[in-house]
Structure formats: structure tokens, C-alpha cells
Write a protein that binds this ligand. Structure first.
Ligand code: HEC
Ligand code: HEC
Ligand code: HEC
Length: 379
């Protein structure tokens, strides 16, 4: 848990750290400084990162979003006259705002290279040396985004905890962090080494999401009904997936302080473990167990809205896990039943647990004998 705290501190202090980057060092924080054609602005596969990011990745437009009519309306509802200048918005949409002049930082670049790869506090000068390996760069302070645990910590910093008032009165999209899907949705400017395993990324991501949800409730800064429901949904998911020994599935009551502290630690352990090792067996364990949760949705002691938050995490999970199976192991009709589950889980206020339970029963029957087909196989 100590190191989970440390990680968060590193990310939270990201912007503050900028202030330490002195103009005199002549380091540049701007994406443009990475864009020379011989560096990351080339046409070839190996050097086109800048081109991919600036032309296809929404992260390069996240500042511009703050100047749209929609953002202006959100600002009005929240009493923020200039969203593109407000710390409440730029913290995620333009993290380079507030960097001192002379550092080459241009907030208009939105979420740019250094937002994910770490501030160039030591790695920038050497990182172009042909004799440097990936490990050398990481040792010099560049973030090791090849590691799914580090990657999840990086993305979750902007993709989950948000001031509930911004969502409530400003109608900001709700943020649901899921590392597998969100990695697939970001236009890739890299080759995955080792090969990307979607189910593994799902598990690492949801565990990190649970750790962060625990932290935000403990910290009290983002406490809201939604934050509690999100936590309950994630804690239920971790418990039912069978990948962690996390205690009770946390029924109707809001979690106690002790439960939150404990969950933070177990969720962090699970995330680290899943990032180190993952087998096709683990995919099937999670899939089998989660598809057998029909009965939970018939428990009259759990309010329908809480069930809706469980269902949201559950359908995301089933989708990522089924998507990770080799086609031969997917039962016929599974995909269309998954569509049905998505439909039923879509509107939280209208969620009908009994109907969802019934559809889960059919899903489970359609899954077929996949597990036994791989049971004897240990990679
Ligand atoms: C510094 C904050 C920040 C970090 C770090 C960050 N993002 Fe984002 N991301 C944003 C913002 C802000 C948007 C919304 C952009 C817009 O439309 O204006 C966004 C949008 C997205 C979208 C499109 C909308 C969606 O949710 O489907 C994807 C996909 C995405 N990010 C994936 C990632 C992944 C993967 C990582 C980690 C490797 C990551 N992001 C790290 C801030 C961040
Ligand atoms: C915690 C990080 C965070 C903060 C703070 C934040 N946003 Fe966002 N914002 C995001 C992410 C991530 C997305 C993409 C969500 C998605 O598409 O699922 C987004 C999406 C948006 C969108 C929709 C973009 C689109 O094209 O659909 C608007 C508009 C927006 N934000 C405006 C704001 C404004 C205005 C503020 C300040 C009041 C703000 N945001 C604060 C992270 C943040
Ligand atoms: C939203 C987060 C995010 C942003 C913004 C981002 N990257 Fe990346 N980048 C990643 C991830 C994730 C990887 C994959 C893991 C790895 O190889 O380190 C990656 C990989 C890379 C790689 C390794 C390529 C390979 O095939 O091994 C380079 C080089 C790179 N990025 C450069 C850039 C440059 C230059 C920019 C800005 C123009 C940028 N990145 C912006 C997340 C990001």
C-alpha cells in the first residue's frame, strides 16, 4: 500500500513538479520538440508517433474541447467563465498549463507526450542515444508504459476520479476506467512488447480502478453517492471474479474505513500480480465465475441502483474476457447475448435486476464447455 500511495503522489504531483523544471536547463516539454522527422515525426512505422498523436489521437485535442460551446455551457452551470483557464478542467485536459515560460510547454497541446511518458527530469538528453536500451531510459526516469501496472496507474489518473459536482451540474461524461478497451480505442503509436493480452489488461485496470476508488473515498475529496456505488460495483467484481480473496462482496452498506484501507492493499496486490503473470486459465476462471452471478441479481436486499453499477462492471468484464478468447472457444450465440446484456445494463435508473438475472442465466448456458477444453493446458 505504501507504494500505491507513492505512485499516486507521483502522478498527483506531476503538474507541481513542472515548476521544478527550470528554464535554464533548456529542456523542452512541448510535443513539437519531439516532432522532428528523424525523431518521432517521421513517416515510417518506427518514428511516426507524433503524426499518430497529432492527427488521430483525441488527447491532442483535449484542450480545444475546453473552448467548445459544450464546455462553455458546462462552465456556466459550474460558475467557471473560462474552462480553458480553470484549474478544475486543465488538470486533465491541458496538464501543461501552469508550467513556467521558457520550458516550451504549450497547454494547447492537451495531453501530450510528457503527460504519459513522464516529465523529462533526466531522461530527455540521453534517450536518443543509440546505445541506450528501453531499460536505460526507464532507469533515467522515463515511465515504463510497457508494464501494464505502470500504464494503468498513468491512465487512471485522468480517467476515473472526477469532482462529482462537475459531472452533476456540468453534465460532464461520467468516467468509467477500463484499461483494455481504452487502450484498444487509443490510436496506437507503438508496438506492444510483450504482446498485449486484453484480459490481463482488463484485470490490472479494474484492480487499479478499485484501489483508486478506495482511495478517493478514504480521502473524502470525491465522496458522493456515485463514488460509493462505483466502489461497491468494483469490489463486487473483484470478489466474484475469483482472482482475489477480497473479503465480502460488500452488500448494501457503505464501506467502513477499515474495509477501504484493506481493499486498497488487496486491490494493489492483485494489480501487480496480474501485471506480472496471466494465463488463459485465468481468463476462463474469471469468465466462468462472473457468468455464474445470476443469483446475486435476485437478492432483494440490494437496491436496484447498486445492482445497476454491478451490472455495468459485469458486462464490461464479460465483453473483454470473451473478446480475449480464441474464436474456437467462444460458444455460438455468446456475442448476441452479450449485446442483450449491454442493452439491459445501459440505463442505470431503469435497471431491472430480475430481467438482467434471467439474461445472465442464458449467457452462462451459451458459454459452453470452453473451460474444460483448456483445463488441462498450462502454458
Ligand atoms: C493527463 C490526463 C490523461 C491521461 C494521463 C490519459 N488520458 Fe485519455 N483522455 C484524457 C482526456 C482529457 C480525454 C478527453 C479528450 C477530449 O475529447 O477532449 C481523454 C480521452 C481518451 C480516450 C477517448 C475517450 C474514451 O474514453 O474512449 C481514450 C480511448 C483514452 N483517453 C485512453 C487513454 C489511455 C489508454 C491512457 C493511458 C495510456 C490515457 N488515456 C491517459 C486525459 C488523459
Ligand atoms: C479527472 C479528469 C477530468 C477533469 C477534471 C475534466 N475532464 Fe473533461 N473529460 C475527461 C475525460 C477522460 C473525457 C473523455 C470521457 C469519455 O469520452 O468517456 C472528458 C470529456 C470531456 C468533454 C466531452 C468531449 C467530447 O468530445 O465528447 C467535455 C466537453 C469536457 N470533458 C469538458 C470538461 C470541462 C469543461 C471540465 C472542467 C469543468 C472538465 N472537462 C474536467 C477528463 C476530465
Ligand atoms: C495517452 C498516453 C500517451 C501519450 C499522450 C503519448 N504516448 Fe507514447 N506511448 C504510450 C503507451 C501506452 C506506449 C506503449 C508502451 C511503451 O512502448 O512504452 C507508448 C509508446 C511510445 C513509444 C515506443 C514505441 C514503440 O513501438 O516501442 C514512443 C517512441 C512514444 N510512445 C512516443 C510518444 C511521443 C513522441 C508522444 C507525443 C507526440 C507520445 N508518445 C504520446 C502512451 C502515450
Amino acid at each position: 500500500m505504501k507504494s500505491a500511495n507513492k505512485n499516486r503522489l507521483i502522478f498527483a504531483l506531476g503538474v507541481a513538479l513542472l515548476l521544478r523544471v527550470r528554464a535554464a536547463e533548456a529542456v523542452s516539454l512541448g510535443a513539437n520538440s519531439c516532432s522532428a522527422s528523424s525523431c518521432h515525426g517521421g513517416a515510417g512505422d518506427k518514428s511516426s508517433q507524433f503524426v499518430t498523436w497529432s492527427q488521430r489521437d483525441v488527447h491532442s485535442r483535449s484542450y480545444a474541447t475546453l473552448a467548445t460551446a459544450r464546455a462553455a455551457r458546462m462552465g456556466e452551470a459550474l460558475g467557471i467563465p473560462h474552462p480553458e483557464q480553470s484549474s478544475r478542467c486543465v488538470v486533465c485536459h491541458a496538464p501543461l498549463a501552469g508550467a513556467p515560460p521558457g520550458t516550451g510547454a504549450d497547454p494547447a497541446e492537451g495531453v501530450s507526450c510528457v503527460s504519459c511518458h513522464a516529465l523529462p527530469d533526466g531522461w530527455l538528453r540521453g534517450h536518443t542515444r543509440p546505445d541506450w536500451t528501453h531499460a536505460d531510459r526507464v532507469a533515467a526516469g522515463m515511465r515504463d508504459l510497457n508494464d501494464l501496472y505502470t500504464r494503468a496507474n498513468t491512465c487512471v489518473a485522468c480517467h476515473q476520479n472526477i469532482d462529482p459536482e462537475i459531472v452533476r451540474s456540468g453534465r460532464h461524461p461520467t468516467l468509467v476506467f477500463e484499461l483494455d478497451g481504452q487502450t484498444q480505442d487509443e490510436p496506437r503509436h507503438w508496438r506492444e512488447i510483450p504482446p498485449f493480452a486484453g484480459a490481463q489488461a482488463w484485470c490490472v485496470g479494474q484492480s487499479v480502478a478499485l484501489r483508486e476508488a478506495s482511495w478517493s473515498l478514504l480521502n473524502g475529496s470525491a465522496a458522493s453517492d456515485r463514488a460509493v456505488l462505483t466502489w461497491q460495483g468494483l469490489a463486487w467484481l473483484a470478489n466474484r471474479s475469483g482472482l482475489t480473496s477480497a473479503s465480502a462482496p460488500h452488500d448494501a452498506a457503505a464501506p467502513s474505513r477499515n474495509e477501504l484501507v484493506e481493499t486498497m492493499a488487496t486491490a494493489d496486490q492483485l494489480a501487480r500480480r496480474a501485471a506480472r503473470a496471466w494465463t488463459p486459465r485465468d481468463t476462463w476462471t474469471a469468465l466462468r465465475r462472473l457468468s455464474a452471478t445470476q443469483g446475486d441479481f435476485l437478492d432483494a436486499g440490494i437496491p436496484a441502483l447498486q445492482q445497476a453499477y454491478r451490472a455495468e462492471r459485469l458486462v464490461l468484464a464479460l465483453d473483454r474476457l470473451v473478446g480475449a478468447l480464441p474464436p474456437a472457444e467462444r460458444g455460438a450465440g455468446v456475442s448476441s447475448q452479450l449485446d442483450r446484456l449491454f442493452e439491459l445494463a445501459q440505463s442505470q435508473p431503469d435497471f431491472a435486476p430480475a430481467e438482467f438475472a434471467e439474461a445472465m442465466g442464458s449467457f452462462s448456458r451459451l458459454l459452453g464447455p470452453g473451460e474444460s477444453a483448456v483445463a488441462g493446458r498450462q502454458p
